[in-house]
Ligand binder design. Sequence first.
Ligand SMILES: [Zn+2]
Ligand SMILES: [Zn+2]
Length: 439
Amino acid sequence: MKPCTVHRPEEAIAYHYPEAVEWRRALHRFPQPSWLEFYATGLVAEKLSEWGYEVLLGRDIITPGERLLLPPPEKLAAEYERALKAGVKEKFLAPAKGGLTGVVGILRGAQPGPVVGFRFDIDANEVTEASEDFHRPAREGFASRNPGYAHMCGHDAHTAIGLLLALYFAENRDKIRGTVKFLFQPAEETLGGAVAMVERGVVDDVDYLLGCHVGINLKKIGQIALNVHSFMALSRFEVIYTGRPAHAALRPDEGRNAMLGACTAVTNLYAIARHGLGASRINVGILQSGIAWNVIPARAYLRVETRGVSDEINEYMVQRVRQILEGAARMHDLALEVKPAGTAVCARNSPDMVRLATEVARTLPSVEEIVEESPFNASEDFTVMMKRVQERGGKALYVLFGTPVYGGHHSSTFDLDEKVVQNGAEFFAALYDALVKDV
Ligand SMILES: [Zn+2]
Ligand SMILES: [Zn+2]
């Protein structure tokens, strides 16, 4: 890598953009889902360390007990080995062994000032990527080489934005007033990574926290949304009913039918009376039960999620869900286990940050349109970090950067326009300058 000798932020970022495309494609080629992001962890840690960042990994940034939906040990070991074989250096990978993925990079400036945190999610989806020629990653040779997994939400581009920005700060250290802190977060897709980092205290010193997503409802390069709102609070649960197996003809009276209990629960979960003060959601995404024609099913497994437009409305849904699950267990004489499996909360962009970001966006040639209103209408665990920062007196902002997404998020033909990586890094660099200008 040649160092950059230009000084305007947009020129410096444009200079390194071709490298950022290479990083994005390397990540795209080697996708790993929640808690298995060993390749991304190694790649990011190596770059940050090379650029002079203090790099924190493993238990220094993740609370092990807070990791929800952790994959089984054999999967953790297999994906760890794969990342090593793909060329990641073991010294950066060892602290992440067993699913302690993610990276925090810290760079301090010579002058005093605030701690500005940038969060980028790094995980891929459990989707098989299209291999046909009409799909550009396949045509140009950077489609997933890790079968069953693919970057179909653009988190490879988020990681590349983070790296491009981190390189810009490393080369322009004189511009840093205070500290820049990069949070490369695992397990966004399962909504468990932010909690595990927040509980370790990684955002407790952050004065300004910035996060982003590409695409979503902004489909054109040059669009940006700063007034993003309507994040839904969310709670996910794994539910296990355990009954007793019995011969379906000889002694059905001795059986305790877990499938029947699960079905009773499902039909009643969808019948929860809705909260009058705002929208809520309920979904049972998985119900697995039964082993044979003539055996009373002794086990049923469900994945249930609730959402609400406020934390209170979501909490109302959670309480009703628990009552129904317990009621169905009593009705069918079953044991019940309910395991939390993911969390997002409601949070709002800090109004001062939206105002400042709008002023900054107006000055950038790469911004063609500032989309005034942008309801998110889904859940994102960045809200957990936002809330913690705001509760401690800091400010937070979540931004959307426009790009066409071709097949759509989470589909097998998702792709994006890589120009969004340059635009994203450029915007954050400019916003940083504005944030620390008067310090
Ligand atoms: Zn996603
Ligand atoms: Zn995403």
